[in-house]
Design a protein. Structure first.
Length: 291
């Protein structure tokens, strides 16, 4: 099918960008430098950005994309999770990796990576999402860690990053079956904490919802710009807000229902989190990893 070929093309670009980005993961590198490098390379290699690159450190599990003024640098021993998405004509490839800065992979990194490998090994038509969650949970538990129970993998559809079905990281008993031709992202998260994430008050990633009547002309102008430029997929604060006034306008758009905010997600107890992710196409007798 033509759309699957576009997923594959996006996946080839993502693989190249992902591997090249790893050279930047070292003590002293700015998170902003990593984000800009990855997003620039996606465009340079002929794809489009599916969502702002997530660069989440330590207890932060997801949704951290550095703002324009971010001065955070990597420190030795940080767990850095880099989650990248790109697309060709809306057909998305999504992948993530975790590195412990300037240190060898440890048990927590191996827990999420081996859980991903174990899940990929059983995927085929007819397998249920609950069975995938069960093997992810068992593999992570075998490393003395726990999965993040309220984060999931997901389906991939045209211009839809989180399409049905959800792919749990625990044994939730779900009976939803995978079918040949499905495109899904499997993404185990492992932690040494309690295995739940909670919202942080900070928001650096947004999604346009709909137009709303607004009083402030500057807010209206920003709303129209976002609607015209990022009508379907998420965008980063740093792409549209270069000063405090623009940041304030984004908060107004959230309050008025123009934007959906992706709050930063942190492990509830502050424990470190690791992540591993690949996108796959369900084939007749297994799956094709295309990232």
């Amino acid at each position: 099918m033509e759309h699957l070929e576009k997923n594959r093309q996006a996946g080839e670009i993502l693989r190249q960008v992902r591997e090249e980005s790893k050279q930047l993961i070292k003590e002293g590198t700015l998170l902003l430098e990593i984000a800009q490098y990855i997003e620039d390379k996606i465009i340079e290699y002929g794809a489009q950005i599916a969502f702002p690159v997530n660069i989440s450190l330590n207890e932060v599990a997801a949704h951290y994309s550095p703002p324009a003024t971010d001065e955070t640098m990597l420190e030795k021993g940080d767990y850095i999770k880099v989650d990248i998405g790109c697309h060709i004509d809306g057909y998305i490839a999504d992948s993530a990796y975790t590195i412990k800065v300037d240190e060898a992979d440890d048990n927590l990194i191996k827990a999420s990576q081996e859980a991903l490998n174990a899940a990929l090994a059983i995927i085929k038509p007819g397998v249920t999402t609950g069975e995938i969650g069960k093997i992810i949970e068992a593999t992570i538990n075998a490393h003395g860690c726990v999965p993040i129970e309220n984060l999931t993998g997901h389906g991939l559809d045209q211009y839809a990053i989180h399409a049905p079905p959800s792919i749990p990281n625990i044994d939730d008993g779900s009976k939803i079956q995978l079918a040949e031709g499905d495109t899904i992202a499997i993404e185990p998260f492992a932690t040494t904490g309690v295995g739940r994430v909670v919202d942080d008050e900070r928001v650096y990633i947004f999604n346009f919802l709909s137009q709303r009547p607004l009083r402030l002309n500057s807010a209206k102008k920003l709303m129209y710009h976002i609607q015209n430029t990022y009508p379907e997929l998420p965008f980063a604060e740093r792409w549209v807000a270069k000063d405090k006034k623009a940041e304030f306008m984004l908060r107004i758009l959230i309050k008025n229902g123009v934007l959906f905010p992706y709050h930063i997600l942190k492990e509830k107890t502050g424990a470190p989190v690791t992540q591993a992710e690949h996108s796959v196409i369900i084939t007749e007798d297994g799956c094709e990893i295309f990232t």
